[in-house]
Design a protein around this ligand. Sequence first.
Ligand SMILES: [Zn+2]
Ligand SMILES: [Zn+2]
Length: 320
Amino acid sequence: MLVRFWGTRGSLPVAQRPPVIRGKLVRALMAAQGLRFADEAEAAAFVDAQLDFATRATYGGATACVEVEGGGEAFLVCDMGSGLREFGLDAFRRCAQGHARTYHFFLSHLHWDHIMGFPFFGPAFDPGATIVVHAGHPDAEQALRRQQEEISFPVPFDWLRARFEFITHAPGEGFEVDGVTVTLAQQHHSHDSYGYRFERNGRSVVYSTDSEHKLDDMRGEQAFEGFFAGADLVIVDTMYSLGDTVSLKQDWGHSSNVVAVDLCLAAGARRLALFHHEPTYSDEDISRMHEETIRYEELVRDDRPPLEVICAYDGLEVGV
Ligand SMILES: [Zn+2]
Ligand SMILES: [Zn+2]
């Protein structure tokens, strides 16, 4: 399987403001120390090899949207955050090359940051497209229709031309989509949220965002160890550092990098992707959290197999 991140920010889309770009340029020039480059390719090679991620790039600012390429014919997409617009443009390009125009969406929940990209999803206007929305929430269709009511948006849902199907699934009950086995788990979040586990040919990806893990609820956490068990990649909402979670932001419905590592290690998962980044965090803040998470994993691992910690950014592709 291949996982492609189209949107990795939580709560609200963000863009890098001019002083931030300026700061990156200043740091890059300082790192170059007056070096001369024969052409742009040589300069690009320096950027790739010598500059850290927060200087040469950005984690991006689109909200949650993650594609899982399962090797079948259809598109499989988790959530419809603002990253969905970019995915829709790329899907048009791939459909022009012969890709099937069938889209399966898996909605974690219906908060705005997870559905706000849908009114800008071009393929919804394609009369030859089929869009199947899988959700744990029976009110998923209502949420999508409501955000396109006249008071909020100029194009009503009924103007969309694709063929729609909404399917509500019960937690724990597995189902097949395009050759991939999918299972839901209910998560602790305002109005509930659902995690999805995708399995094909012995490989597995878990998408678990907007889930608050209670440090004092051992039974609930054991259920998640089962859901994450042996997964090749677990994508977890790590919006806050543990200090914030315990002191300020308890019951805000999100999780921390520390809890994510604990759960993934206990579950024997192979790789953890930090996801749903806090919108006020700079690229440097997110990089620092990534480094701290790697160090924390090394400290608490003991004799368990290592857990690789990666940090999701808009545009990242991960082979599973
Ligand atoms: Zn969210
Ligand atoms: Zn939410």
